[in-house]
Design a protein around this ligand. Structure first.
Ligand code: UDP
Length: 382
């Protein structure tokens, strides 16, 4: 059989691409080396709870078109991410807002909070922030930095805040109102019934082969596309690691990995009272605990009944080594420069399109992945 595209990776990018191409009358096949579809947004049903197997995924966007786009695949609930941070026995609301400041300094008004932060900023004497520590100090001052940022960030990225790029922290809002909504975006929610169903819908009618490794299974034919068994493909959409695709000819890119420890607690109905609790001390080895049922308010998405028992996941940051899942690209200057080299190589390779977090080596949120996939489709269809 002859296909227009072989899509490598059944994650969000590949699935949006498959859906749109099918709609445009193109033929695609999808392969993935994992034994399931949906990549890192995979959710699995454990006693009526949709467990986010690869970490919490909360959909949020400012892009109206993308928000409307995802509605065709699922109904989204009105979940609002309001994580709590634990620093020893102290509990703080995130993101940094009046609730956080009031708890930290025993103050009540925005003017009081601003005055303290202003004073701490001035003490830090940072003019032009060059790294994450300087950025954080000049944004929120020392107290918030030391209790809520430093330990968490150093655990997550495995290096000192002085060695990390400032942009990572720019994801975090700072507010002088009593508002615990973690995201600034106007649209937010969790797909009722889990993310896997969305991807199933996107891939409806497209053949998918699981447990297939691109490099082992697919042969490139000079000028004539790609071959896998009896199937031929004019082009490849590759959403795996771009450095791996090119046999690391310019050296390996760096990634951060994660290890998830999931526990089913049938006897416990309410473990932590919130979907996400961050542990911001460096000494605690995990960064957060997710209590999955609270992404859907502790209720069964079909019956609306309260769910008995619970499932929690501890998230441990880990250094990435070959063979592990690469969750985050490490976008520092060195890696971005290496990536640029791979990108120019990729540009010359007209029969392969690179997409997604790993193919484009970017710290993408889900909405950005969808936007990028839609743009790629547009480009392809001309
Ligand atoms: N962060 C922090 N303290 C927190 C939560 C986040 O300092 O309690 C910082 C940290 O630098 C982290 C970044 O914000 O790398 C982004 O964190 P977030 O949890 O939003 O990222 P995700 O892993 O969910 O993409």
């Amino acid at each position: 059989m002859q296909y227009d595209y072989l899509i490598v990776g059944a994650g969000l990018f590949g699935s949006v691409f498959a859906y749109e191409m099918k709609k445009a009358g193109r033929t695609c096949m999808v392969i993935d080396r994992r034994d399931h579809i949906a990549g890192n947004i995979y959710t699995e049903d454990v006693n009526g709870i949709h467990v986010h197997r690869y970490g919490a995924h909360i959909f949020h966007t400012s892009d109206t078109e993308v928000w409307e786009y995802v509605q065709q695949f699922a109904r989204f609930n009105n979940f609002v991410n309001s994580p709590v941070a634990r620093y020893g026995k102290e509990l703080y609301n995130l993101p940094f807002n009046m609730n956080t400041f009031s708890r930290m300094w025993g103050i009540q008004t925005p003017a009081e909070a601003m005055e303290i932060i202003e004073r701490q900023r001035a003490e830090a004497k940072v003019e032009n922030p060059q790294n994450l520590e300087e950025q954080a100090l000049s944004l929120v001052g020392r107290d918030v930095y030391e209790k809520l940022i430093k330990g968490y960030t150093e655990k997550q990225w495995g290096r000192d805040c002085t060695e990390l790029p400032a942009f990572i922290i720019k994801r975090l809002p700072l507010r002088f109102i009593y508002d615990n909504n973690y995201f600034n975006d106007p649209y937010q929610g969790i797909p009722v019934g889990g993310y896997t169903k969305i991807v199933e819908k996107m891939l409806e009618g497209t053949p998918v082969k699981l447990g297939v490794d691109f490099r082992k299974a697919v042969r490139e034919e000079e000028g004539a596309g790609f071959v896998m068994g009896d199937d031929r493909f004019a082009k490849v959409l590759y959403t795996g690691m771009i450095d791996e695709f090119f046999d690391e000819c310019y050296g390996p890119l760096e990634y951060r990995s994660l290890r998830f420890e999931t526990e089913e607690l049938p006897e416990v109905d309410n473990y932590q009272g919130n979907a996400v609790v961050n542990y911001t001390e460096r000494e605690v080895p995990f960064t957060r605990i997710i209590e999955h049922k609270y992404f859907e308010f502790g209720k069964d998405s079909e019956t609306g009944e309260p769910i008995k028992g619970t499932v929690i996941t501890r998230e441990y940051p880990a250094a990435w080594e070959k063979g592990m899942e690469p969750y985050y690209p490490v976008n520092n200057d060195r890696n971005d420069a290496v990536y640029e080299k791979y990108r120019s190589l990729a540009e010359k390779k007209r029969s392969v399109i690179f997409g997604g977090r790993l193919g484009m080596y970017r710290y993408y949120d889900m909405d950005k992945v969808i936007r990028a996939a839609l743009d790629t489709v547009k480009e392809e269809l001309g």
